[in-house]
Each structure stands twice: as structure tokens, then as C-alpha cells.
Design a protein around this ligand. Sequence first.
Ligand code: SF4
Length: 310
Amino acid sequence: MTQPLPDALREKIKQRLSFYEDLKIAPFYRDRPSAMPRALSLETVATLNSEEDMTLPKPAPKTAKTVTSAPSAIPVIAGPRTATPPPAVPPLATRPAIEKGIFPSPLKTSNFFELLERVENDTLLKIREDIGDCTRCKLHKKRTHIVFADGNPKADLIFVGEGPGADEDATGIPFVGRAGKLLTQMIEAMGLQRKDVYICNVVKCRPPDNRQPEKEEVAACSPFLSRQIDSIAPKVIVCLGSTAAQTILQTNRGISQFRGEWLEFRGRKLLATYHPAYLLRNPAAKGEVWKDLQKVMAVLGLQAKKGKSA
Ligand code: SF4
């Protein structure tokens, strides 16, 4: 006899299946591709999932029937989703900002936060594998390389930019062009090196003519960013420019309204500042950015490199 699953475990499995569906990963257990039926009961999934950190009931005997017609059976690979969607996750990052009146309230929760809530034990390697040779948005058509990230996967500090430019597209490494060189100088002025921090972008493929990524492109790619942030678990997130800040904070407000203010993102400190490309066009804003970076340094206990400032 198959033992009934505890409600909490049932809900956890539903959420995980839903998460993999969102990423269009099929089949999602890569070591069992041929054994994956198109529809499984939650009890069967729990058995397959027994290598993971779940508290499981005893595996069902081989003769037990897979109950696909019961209310708990949900389609895994194809077809419309029938699982009950998870409850909306409050936008934790923006609570302090709402209280301060920086952002409108209530903020719209999005797939970005729902996905983030459901990620567990994600690794950067798996995220990159899941991106694969991605065609989820039209930016794939003209890209040369997917630009995933650079730096330390255990960094305390993560910089999030908008998207790759021509140099990044050519090399597959984020922030290596003129703006990237300026970012490297900023990092070194903070007493760090590039290899000490983690650098990535909201979209992983170059928008043509360096235009801003469109809403649909951000929506398609930002789940990977959320998983990167969750995997790195940095102490501080620095958003470079409005696209990164607006994507993570889920706001349409201009960056100048909250630049340099400490905000919270899922228990981590977040600060938005100007993008280095903006500083190349407006060198007078460098002083403001350096003040922002000094706030980050204070939190991380960093000393400025002698004779250097951004
Ligand atoms: S930008 Fe992101 S979602 Fe779009 S094709 Fe590239 S990797 Fe895929």
C-alpha cells in the first residue's frame, strides 16, 4: 500500500514540479530521463526524489498502482498546469521601501519572487546547465555567447548589471568593455579584486545596438538571476543601473529616487547605484557612486585602496 504523503511534503513537491515546469525543463530528473512518465502521482515523485533532503514515507512496493486519476496527480512535462499555484510571496525586499514611501504599495508580486521562493539547493552549475543553448527570448537570435557571470561563487558582494555589450558578447565574460574596466577600477578602489566578487547581468544575451532589454526579455531571463543570487547568498547586492534595480525590486521608479539607500532583499542588504556606462557619459556622477561604494565597504569591513577612488 502506498502511504499518504504529509501535506507539507505534498505541497513542497508540487511547488518543485511547478518550478521546473516554469523553466520548461523536461524531464527534470536528468539521471532518470527514460524512466520519467508523462504524469506521476506525488507519491511516485516522492519515491524518485528520495536522494534529496526530504523526509519521505516508505517507498511504495513495485506492485503498487500509480494513482494518476487521483486529485494529487499532476501533469509534469506537458499540458496546462493543474497544480494549485503557490501562495503569493510578499516582496520582502521592498517592505522597508514601502514603509519609507519609496515604492508604491501594494507592489505586484511576480513570477520572479515566486521562483526565488521555491529554489532550494540550487547550484551555479545547474543554473548554467538549465540555461543551456537558450532560446527563451528573442535576444538569442543575434548573440555570440551567453554571458553567464564572472567571479567568486562564494562572494560576499555581487554586482548586477543590465546585460552584455559587444565586448561581453564576443568574449562571454560580463563587464570587460570600457564600462567593465571602470567597474574593475571601482572594485579595486574598494580594496578588492574582480575575483573576490561575483558579477552578472539581468539578461544573459546582448540586446542589439545596446538597447535596454525589453519587458518580455527581462521576464524570460530574470528567473536565472534570482537563482544566481540565491545560490551565491551574498551579504550585499549592488545593482548597477535602473534595469537591475527595477528588476530585483519590482518597481518602475527611477533609480535616482532610491540610489544610495540601503534596502533589503530577502534578508540581504541591497544598494542601487549608477551603471559604469552612465559614469562614462557623466563623469561628474562618479563622486556619488564612490559614496555609495563606501557604504558597501563599511558594511563589509573593507578599507579603500590607498590613492584610489572610483
Ligand atoms: S537573454 Fe536569457 S532568456 Fe533570453 S535567450 Fe538569452 S539566456 Fe535565454
